[in-house]
Design a protein around this ligand. Structure first.
Ligand code: NAI
Length: 245
């Protein structure tokens, strides 16, 4: 995908999504910064506009199908077409399995898994309707392929995201739409919380003994959206500083 495209980024108010918004804007794309956190989304968009880029914000709860559909329609109404979605918004909710009540399970499945289905479904349908080619990138996790204690819900959701990238790619290739994923290690963003001791322990799991900065994931995401990545399809690329190696 070349520049001058229209890309929706969910979770664009913070962390990985915000950095991806900046890099994809610098590459010449118009960005819809979509997030639950309206204020953070507006800040991302304002920073893009201050650099001469094009951005609009959309308040969305990605766990709600109708809101994701409205987000897709908004992108087309605002910028005239749609060439990409970064399905990236997500949450964690850590609990031992024996305390993983249905509400805690479903919360994470709804936000981290069903959101990706909604993004692929409504996004790809719209792109096909418009005859627009493009790319869908989904944020998985190292915990989509490796079990972690307290993460039964998150493990299940992110494993599903890895498979949705493959399955989506298989069906959408004929329409000129690539579907790929990123699987971050531990990234230095607000999702990790404030516990510095825990962050130190997590840092030690990476080969460089530190948390990964969100810009490092964003630069891989930018590459995945680019023409240079045309032969990457269905894969989920690890950005984990050797965590899984
Ligand atoms: P973050 O907390 O900085 O950003 C997540 C964004 O998603 C926030 O702006 C939040 O408002 C938004 N969001 C949450 N629930 C939402 C909903 N229902 N609807 C719309 N927006 C919602 O965290 P980060 O690290 O940038 O997370 C991005 C993605 O990366 C998530 O899918 C996360 O699971 C994944 N990830 C993060 C890792 C990390 O260590 N930070 C590791 C592996 C994966």
């Amino acid at each position: 995908m070349a520049e001058n495209n229209v890309i929706i980024i969910t979770g664009g108010a913070s962390g990985i999504g915000r950095e991806a918004a900046y890099l994809l804007s610098e590459a010449g794309n118009a960005i819809v910064v979509a997030d639950f956190n309206e204020e953070g989304a507006k800040e991302t968009a304002a920073n893009i506009e201050a650099q001469g880029g094009k951005a609009a914000t959309f308040k969305v709860d990605v766990s709600k199908a109708e809101e994701v559909e409205a987000m897709v329609n908004f992108a087309v109404e605002t910028f005239g077409t749609l060439n990409g979605i970064f399905n990236n918004a997500g949450i964690g909710l850590v609990k031992p399995l024996l305390e993983m009540d249905p509400a805690s399970y479903h919360k994470v499945i709804d936000v981290d898994q069903h959101s990706v289905y909604y993004g692929i479904y409504y996004g790809a349908k719209k792109m096909v309707e418009l005859g627009a080619k493009g790319t869908i990138v989904n944020t998985a996790s190292i915990y989509g392929s490796m079990a972690a204690k307290g993460s039964f819900n998150y493990n299940a959701a992110k494993a599903a995201v890895v498979m949705m990238s493959k399955s989506g790619a298989l069906e959408l290739a004929e329409h000129g739409i690539r579907v790929v994923g990123v699987a971050p290690g531990f990234i230095d963003t607000p999702i990790l919380g404030e516990d510095e001791e825990m962050k130190k322990a997590l840092s030690a799991l990476h080969m460089h003994n530190k948390l990964i900065q969100p810009e490092k994931v964003a630069s891989v995401v930018k590459f995945l959206f680019s023409e240079e990545a045309a032969a990457i399809n269905g894969s989920t690329v690890a950005v984990d500083d050797g965590f899984l190696s």
